[in-house]
Ligand binder design. Structure first.
Ligand code: BES
Ligand code: ZN
Ligand code: ZN
Length: 479
């Protein structure tokens, strides 16, 4: 979507326009007829927040952004308004729309525009002929005193990063192999000025990343390990924030094969990788003065002749041994190597993000991600605040010692599954074995992929995590 700044246009309205208002008083200077104003007031009384006027060759939309409630609730409702108008606008086949901000502060206005843009996303690469119905809306022309040019360019960058993350998740695995995923990271890195290095299979073998190599053994495609580095000269930190994303480009379960109904959305098992690439792209493209690193271990998980087996023992990158009792618990195998690799950076904080367990998804569904923390109380709190601001909410699960008992192995240092209970937590306890720094684990199995549209979140990949990471790192600069 194209965002432009324009001069006020309402003096003689001749094309479609959206007015953001807070009260009926804001209607007076808009150049509307008395009948139109009466109609708007009547509709507003009926509790409508978005009112449409049809002037035949063009439309006028009034959006009342006087929402009550907490800041995060308010902003999310306003994003919803933006999305609703985008849908109307596309139905009316409008390509370009003016947005005139009469009321609403910076955050409210940005939330409205964000909802409009995120709601306009489509994944139609594989639609052909008549099935390919592209949204008409392409350009937003904004007249607002509360937004600077920097605000608009930031909005453009962040929403573009979300679009990329959604695309990566929606691409089927025949296209989005581990190598392709690393190529996508390279493309975005060269666009933003970040450095992207990709380890291929030989290098991964020479580093003895046993977890990543074990999961890859059943695949005919090679694994990759991608390092995305943004280290600006004016960085406010010396020790980096490291983000680790699970990049399982397809999860069949391996020899512990998933049943059909559970497998068909497993192209989305690299959603964590997508949010790391998208988030770091947004951070670097916006030139945020913060040193951040992304690590993306990637492979598919398949049951071919040489596949790793339930019962196998794997020696990991850090030298510790893992008894594999379920090859479908593969995410933690590849993440563990990346978490060990992160130690060399002496990080300020490491956050991993992964579609790690069905248990997390069953516990809270698509409404939030599950978060757990180790020695990172204040950053965890800040991350949750970012989550509320951008409506990518985090629900904390405990990391009590007792859960660690459940992954003790008879024959190796640890085993890769716990029991039937507390699956999201035992997965995090497994990962904790590989860290020695402040750490946050995010399980996005619930909110990363939707089976039906939910407001500005589309069917399929949601891009969850991108706006969370951007807001969190940005908050480091303003503090
Ligand atoms: N990728 C899955 C988790 C998942 C499930 C993500 C549903 C999104 C939606 C993960 O690799 C997995 O299979 N986990 C197992 C772990 C179990 C074997 C301990 C699970 O959750 O069943
Ligand atoms: Zn799995
Ligand atoms: Zn998986």
């Amino acid at each position: 979507m194209n965002i432009q700044r324009v001069e006020p246009v309402e003096k003689s309205i001749v094309e479609s326009i959206i007015f953001l208002v807070k009260s009926n008083k804001d209607l007076t200077p808009l150049g509307l007829s008395r009948e139109e104003i009466e109609y708007i007031k009547k509709e507003k009384k009926l509790k409508k927040d978005i009112i449409k006027l049809n002037r035949f060759s063009y439309r006028i939309y009034i959006a009342y952004v006087n929402v009550k409630g907490s800041l995060s609730k308010k902003l999310e409702t306003i994003r919803g308004f933006g999305n609703t108008i985008t849908r109307h606008v596309n139905k009316s086949e409008i390509e370009k729309i003016n947005i005139s901000v009469k009321a609403g502060d910076k955050n409210e206005t940005l939330a409205f525009l964000e909802g409009m843009i995120l709601g306009n996303y489509q994944f139609i690469k594989y639609k052909t002929g008549e099935n390919r119905k592209e949204n008409k809306l392409k350009t937003l022309c904004i007249d607002s005193d509360v937004l600077t040019d920097e605000d608009l360019s930031e909005l453009q960058i962040v929403t573009k990063a979300v679009y990329h993350a959604r695309d990566f998740v929606n691409e089927p695995d025949s296209f989005m192999t581990a190598t392709q995923l690393s190529n996508e990271a390279k493309k975005l890195g060269s666009d933003s000025g970040a450095k992207v290095e990709v380890f291929t299979k030989r290098k991964i073998e020479s580093l003895k990343m046993g977890g990543l190599l074990a999961v890859n053994r059943g695949s005919i495609d090679p694994p990759t390990f991608t390092i995305f580095i943004w280290k600006p000269e004016n960085a406010i930190n010396i020790r980096p924030y490291v983000f680790v994303g699970k990049g399982v480009v397809y999860d069949t379960g391996g020899l512990s094969l998933k049943p059909t109904g559970s497998m068909d959305t497993m192209k989305s098992d690299m959603a964590g990788a997508a949010s790391v690439i998208g988030g770091l792209y947004a951070i670097s493209k916006s030139n945020l003065p913060v040193y951040v690193i992304g690590l993306i271990p990637a492979t598919d998980n398949r049951p071919d002749g040489n596949a790793y087996t339930p019962g196998d023992v794997v020696t990991m990158y850090d030298g510790s041994t893992v008894e594999v009792l379920n090859t479908d618990a593969e995410g933690r195998m590849i993440l563990a190597d990346a978490l060990s690799y992160a130690k060399q950076y002496d990080p300020e904080l490491v956050i991993d993000i992964a579609t790690l367990t069905g248990a997390a998804s069953r516990a809270i569904g698509p409404q939030a991600m599950v978060g757990m923390k180790v020695n990172s109380d204040s950053d965890f709190k800040k991350l949750c605040e970012s989550g509320d601001r951008v409506h990518e909410r985090i629900v904390e699960f405990p990391m009590w010692e007792e859960y660690g008992e459940m992954i003790k192995s008879e024959i190796a240092d640890i085993k890769n599954i716990g029991g039937v209970d507390a699956g999201a937590i035992t997965a995090a306890k497994f990962l904790e074995h590989f860290i020695d720094y402040p750490y946050i684990h995010l399980d996005i199995a619930g909110p990363s992929f939707l089976s039906k549209v939910a407001g500005y979140r589309p069917f399929g990949g949601t891009g969850v995590g991108v706006r969370l990471f951007y807001d969190f790192i940005k908050s480091k600069v303003s503090n």
